[in-house]
Design a protein around this ligand. Sequence first.
Ligand code: RP5
Length: 166
Amino acid sequence: MAKKKPTVAIVMGSKTDWPILEYTVKTLKEFGVESTVKIMSAHRTPHEATDFASNAAKNGYKVIIGAAGGAAHLCGVLAGHTILPVVGIPVKGWALDGMDSLLSTVQMPKGVPVATVAIGKAGAINAAILAVQIMALSDATLKRKLTAYKKSMAAEVLKADAELQA
Ligand code: RP5
């Protein structure tokens, strides 16, 4: 069977972000969503980053997920060059416990949103879920999978509580 065309572009600022971003790829796969992973930096490869974002919609992507740490301008730069929704994952960097990444990802000027999720692993997973939720608005299969996902999360919590009460 031919491989499905990727609908989500994942852009990380450095290869050192991969240990976090692999959770995003894995979660998307659980929903049957293919992604492309690119390393691009707002500061180190600005031309590549803007070029990629400018052409992302034309190339069939529906959502861009960005991830960077420190002076995390990557998602903002991507969002400035596309009308696609951009989800931002603040990566915990080498200083300030990720607060620097969080603030520089979330604090965008009006008109250019970056849907910023939690710092680190939870954010990496939530970025994937949010991308699926966006795409599920026009995809009945993804909608069904999201409903099943919520049910299985609830079942896990109920099971843990039942075990605790037993
Ligand atoms: C950011 O700076 C990257 O996204 C990464 O989180 C951080 C550190 O990058 P390296 O110095 O490890 O390449 O641009």
